[in-house]
Design a protein around this ligand. Structure first.
Ligand SMILES: CC(C)(COP(=O)(O)OP(=O)(O)OC[C@H]1O[C@@H](n2cnc3c(N)ncnc32)[C@H](O)[C@@H]1OP(=O)(O)O)[C@@H](O)C(=O)NCCC(=O)NCCS
Length: 129
Protein backbone atom coordinates (compact mmCIF):
# COMPACT_ATOMS: atom_id res chain seq x y z
CA UNK A 1 0.00 0.00 0.00
CA UNK A 2 1.39 3.39 -1.04
CA UNK A 3 1.76 5.90 1.79
CA UNK A 4 1.50 9.67 1.35
CA UNK A 5 3.29 12.24 3.48
CA UNK A 6 3.36 16.04 3.42
CA UNK A 7 6.92 16.38 4.72
CA UNK A 8 10.31 15.30 3.43
CA UNK A 9 11.75 14.91 6.92
CA UNK A 10 12.06 11.12 6.74
CA UNK A 11 13.21 11.04 3.11
CA UNK A 12 16.84 10.28 2.29
CA UNK A 13 18.63 10.68 -1.06
CA UNK A 14 18.81 6.90 -1.31
CA UNK A 15 15.01 6.76 -1.48
CA UNK A 16 14.95 9.13 -4.46
CA UNK A 17 16.10 7.07 -7.42
CA UNK A 18 14.83 7.13 -10.99
CA UNK A 19 13.10 10.52 -11.15
CA UNK A 20 13.25 13.30 -13.77
CA UNK A 21 12.76 10.82 -16.59
CA UNK A 22 13.52 12.37 -19.99
CA UNK A 23 15.02 15.56 -18.56
CA UNK A 24 18.05 17.01 -20.33
CA UNK A 25 19.69 17.54 -16.95
CA UNK A 26 18.00 15.33 -14.36
CA UNK A 27 18.58 16.35 -10.77
CA UNK A 28 20.64 14.02 -8.60
CA UNK A 29 18.93 12.61 -5.48
CA UNK A 30 20.60 15.14 -3.15
CA UNK A 31 19.30 18.05 -5.22
CA UNK A 32 15.91 16.39 -5.48
CA UNK A 33 15.74 16.20 -1.70
CA UNK A 34 16.65 19.89 -1.49
CA UNK A 35 13.79 20.69 -3.87
CA UNK A 36 11.38 18.74 -1.68
CA UNK A 37 12.67 20.34 1.52
CA UNK A 38 12.52 23.87 0.11
CA UNK A 39 9.07 23.54 -1.45
CA UNK A 40 6.49 25.15 0.78
CA UNK A 41 3.90 22.51 -0.01
CA UNK A 42 4.72 18.95 -0.94
CA UNK A 43 3.22 15.49 -1.08
CA UNK A 44 5.50 12.48 -1.28
CA UNK A 45 4.31 8.99 -2.17
CA UNK A 46 6.33 6.20 -0.59
CA UNK A 47 6.29 2.45 -1.20
CA UNK A 48 7.10 1.26 2.34
CA UNK A 49 7.82 -2.29 1.22
CA UNK A 50 10.54 -1.05 -1.11
CA UNK A 51 11.55 1.87 1.16
CA UNK A 52 11.53 4.21 -1.84
CA UNK A 53 9.79 7.33 -3.01
CA UNK A 54 7.59 6.48 -6.00
CA UNK A 55 6.04 9.87 -6.70
CA UNK A 56 5.92 13.46 -5.54
CA UNK A 57 4.18 16.77 -6.11
CA UNK A 58 5.49 20.18 -5.05
CA UNK A 59 4.00 23.67 -4.96
CA UNK A 60 5.04 27.21 -4.14
CA UNK A 61 2.48 29.56 -2.66
CA UNK A 62 1.97 32.90 -0.91
CA UNK A 63 -0.83 31.20 1.08
CA UNK A 64 -3.20 34.02 0.10
CA UNK A 65 -3.64 34.56 -3.62
CA UNK A 66 -1.57 32.22 -5.69
CA UNK A 67 -0.05 28.78 -5.83
CA UNK A 68 2.00 27.08 -8.50
CA UNK A 69 2.24 23.33 -8.67
CA UNK A 70 5.55 23.06 -10.45
CA UNK A 71 6.49 19.39 -10.39
CA UNK A 72 4.46 16.18 -10.38
CA UNK A 73 6.04 12.85 -11.21
CA UNK A 74 5.39 9.18 -10.62
CA UNK A 75 8.08 6.60 -11.36
CA UNK A 76 7.32 4.82 -14.66
CA UNK A 77 6.84 1.41 -13.05
CA UNK A 78 4.28 2.86 -10.63
CA UNK A 79 2.25 4.86 -13.16
CA UNK A 80 -1.39 4.14 -13.99
CA UNK A 81 -2.13 2.91 -10.49
CA UNK A 82 -3.79 6.07 -9.24
CA UNK A 83 -0.73 7.53 -7.51
CA UNK A 84 -0.65 10.69 -9.65
CA UNK A 85 -4.32 11.19 -8.82
CA UNK A 86 -3.56 10.63 -5.13
CA UNK A 87 -0.78 13.21 -5.22
CA UNK A 88 -2.93 15.79 -7.02
CA UNK A 89 -5.91 15.32 -4.71
CA UNK A 90 -3.74 15.73 -1.65
CA UNK A 91 -1.77 18.75 -2.85
CA UNK A 92 -4.96 20.51 -3.93
CA UNK A 93 -6.40 19.78 -0.50
CA UNK A 94 -3.31 21.42 1.05
CA UNK A 95 -3.88 24.44 -1.22
CA UNK A 96 -7.61 24.69 -0.50
CA UNK A 97 -8.82 28.27 -0.13
CA UNK A 98 -6.21 29.72 -2.49
CA UNK A 99 -8.16 31.11 -5.44
CA UNK A 100 -5.52 30.86 -8.18
CA UNK A 101 -3.67 27.59 -8.65
CA UNK A 102 -1.52 27.27 -11.76
CA UNK A 103 0.56 24.60 -13.41
CA UNK A 104 2.03 24.15 -16.85
CA UNK A 105 1.64 20.96 -18.85
CA UNK A 106 1.57 19.58 -22.35
CA UNK A 107 -1.85 19.50 -24.02
CA UNK A 108 -1.93 15.69 -23.78
CA UNK A 109 -2.12 15.98 -19.99
CA UNK A 110 -4.98 18.47 -19.92
CA UNK A 111 -7.62 15.71 -19.64
CA UNK A 112 -5.78 14.33 -16.59
CA UNK A 113 -5.70 17.73 -14.85
CA UNK A 114 -9.27 18.60 -15.83
CA UNK A 115 -10.37 15.76 -13.53
CA UNK A 116 -9.38 17.97 -10.63
CA UNK A 117 -11.40 20.96 -11.79
CA UNK A 118 -8.53 22.62 -13.62
CA UNK A 119 -9.14 24.40 -16.90
CA UNK A 120 -6.86 25.14 -19.86
CA UNK A 121 -5.02 28.44 -19.82
CA UNK A 122 -2.14 30.09 -21.63
CA UNK A 123 1.15 31.26 -20.21
CA UNK A 124 4.68 32.37 -20.83
CA UNK A 125 7.84 30.80 -19.45
CA UNK A 126 11.63 30.99 -19.44
CA UNK A 127 13.44 27.67 -19.77
CA UNK A 128 17.15 28.43 -19.35
CA UNK A 129 18.79 25.00 -19.24
C1 LIG B 1 1.32 12.43 -15.25
C2 LIG B 1 1.61 11.41 -14.15
C3 LIG B 1 2.08 12.13 -12.90
C4 LIG B 1 0.34 10.64 -13.85
O1 LIG B 1 0.62 9.75 -12.78
P1 LIG B 1 -0.13 8.33 -12.66
O2 LIG B 1 0.17 7.78 -11.32
O3 LIG B 1 0.20 7.49 -13.84
O4 LIG B 1 -1.64 8.82 -12.74
P2 LIG B 1 -2.97 8.02 -12.40
O5 LIG B 1 -2.69 6.56 -12.37
O6 LIG B 1 -3.60 8.63 -11.21
O7 LIG B 1 -3.86 8.40 -13.65
C5 LIG B 1 -3.49 7.90 -14.89
C6 LIG B 1 -4.24 8.64 -15.97
O8 LIG B 1 -3.43 9.73 -16.43
C7 LIG B 1 -3.25 9.62 -17.83
N1 LIG B 1 -1.91 10.02 -18.21
C8 LIG B 1 -0.77 9.76 -17.56
N2 LIG B 1 0.27 10.24 -18.26
C9 LIG B 1 -0.24 10.81 -19.38
C10 LIG B 1 0.34 11.48 -20.48
N3 LIG B 1 1.65 11.66 -20.61
N4 LIG B 1 -0.49 11.93 -21.45
C11 LIG B 1 -1.81 11.77 -21.34
N5 LIG B 1 -2.43 11.14 -20.32
C12 LIG B 1 -1.62 10.67 -19.35
C13 LIG B 1 -3.38 8.13 -18.11
O9 LIG B 1 -3.75 7.93 -19.46
C14 LIG B 1 -4.48 7.72 -17.15
O10 LIG B 1 -5.75 7.97 -17.69
P3 LIG B 1 -6.96 6.92 -17.44
O11 LIG B 1 -7.23 6.94 -15.96
O12 LIG B 1 -8.07 7.48 -18.26
O13 LIG B 1 -6.46 5.61 -17.91
C15 LIG B 1 2.68 10.38 -14.59
O14 LIG B 1 2.28 9.82 -15.82
C16 LIG B 1 4.06 10.96 -14.76
O15 LIG B 1 4.82 11.06 -13.80
N6 LIG B 1 4.43 11.30 -15.99
C17 LIG B 1 5.78 11.81 -16.28
C18 LIG B 1 6.01 13.18 -15.69
C19 LIG B 1 4.92 14.15 -16.08
O16 LIG B 1 4.52 14.22 -17.24
N7 LIG B 1 4.47 14.91 -15.08
C20 LIG B 1 3.48 15.93 -15.27
C21 LIG B 1 4.14 17.21 -15.63
S1 LIG B 1 2.93 18.48 -15.97
Amino acid sequence: MIEYTDTSDAITPGMLQGFFVGWKRPHDPETHLKILANSGVKIVAVDPDEHRVVGFAVALTDHVQQAFIYLLEVLPEYQNQGIGTGLMRRILEKLRGIPCIDLTCYPALQPFYSRFGMQPSVGMVIRDY
